[in-house]
Design a protein around this ligand. Sequence first.
Ligand SMILES: [Zn+2]
Ligand SMILES: [Zn+2]
Length: 53
Amino acid sequence: MPRCFCCNRPIPPGDLAVRFPCPNCGKIIIWRCSTCRSLSRPYKCPVCGFAGP
Ligand SMILES: [Zn+2]
Ligand SMILES: [Zn+2]
């Protein structure tokens, strides 16, 4: 199960999460759960350290 990169919680199937490659390095798929997405919480890429909203 993927984990949200913002709150580190497992993302349940069916959650309106978004996933996208890191905009800086593109080496990893970043997951963001629906809660963090609606709250615009920042995420941080574990590969390159890039942080974004
Ligand atoms: Zn989250
Ligand atoms: Zn990155």
